[in-house]
Design a protein around this ligand. Structure first.
Ligand code: 5GP
Length: 180
């Protein structure tokens, strides 16, 4: 049986929801007069995306892309495997890309460039967590929830070996849960 009690959360469910309301207000204001397409990156952004969308006070449309990231595996490896792309042509549209976490920045940089190449009217990025001290490429999210230390976190969509995504809070993965 896999335990799911990690003691004190790094961010409680209430703290996450408060932060999302703040982000939602800013985004609603910034896009008040624009037609916005919000693109979520699966699987990690699933809960963040759905709560963020419900915090918005503007009418938006949504789409998803499903990717796996191998940015930690070194040079020569494509940093992102695209399992399922968005369906919509984003040319001349306003797009907000929603990710769970930016760590080295390699994944976000790759996805951002891929979307920019399709000619959107604008492209901004919203992430829930920012591990800024681990950055390897120069990239910043336009909207960022929490800055976090260099620890491996799980919960609220974030996984370890595809587990723990369903935790309603965010916790640091205890060392004894990690293999290798
Ligand atoms: P990058 O290093 O390219 O910025 O991030 C690559 C991916 O690694 C992220 O999209 C995320 O899936 C994963 N990742 C990075 N840090 C963490 C973490 O602390 N916890 C979890 N669960 N995934 C992480």
């Amino acid at each position: 049986m896999v335990g799911i009690d990690f003691g004190k959360p790094l961010f409680t469910s209430e703290e996450i929801q408060r932060k999302i309301q703040e982000l939602g207000s800013r985004i609603s204001k910034d896009y008040a007069d624009k037609d916005l397409l919000v693109v979520g990156v699966l699987k990690g952004a699933i809960f963040f995306m759905s709560d963020l969308l419900r915090s918005l006070r503007i009418s938006v449309r949504m789409d998803f892309m499903h990717c796996t990231s191998s940015s930690s595996k070194g040079k020569g490896v494509n940093p992102v495997q695209m399992l399922c792309d968005i369906k919509e042509d984003i040319k001349d549209k306003h797009v907000l890309l929603v990710e769970d976490i930016v760590d080295s920045g390699v994944t976000l940089q790759y996805l951002k460039q891929m979307l920019i190449d399709r000619g959107p009217a604008s492209l901004k990025v919203c992430v829930l967590l920012d591990k800024s001290e681990r950055r390897k490429v120069e990239i910043e999210a336009d909207y960022a929830g929490f800055r976090i230390p260099n620890k491996y976190v799980v919960g609220y969509g974030l996984d370890y070996k595809d587990r723990y995504r369903n935790l309603p809070y965010i916790a640091v993965l205890p060392l004894e849960e990690r293999e290798g």
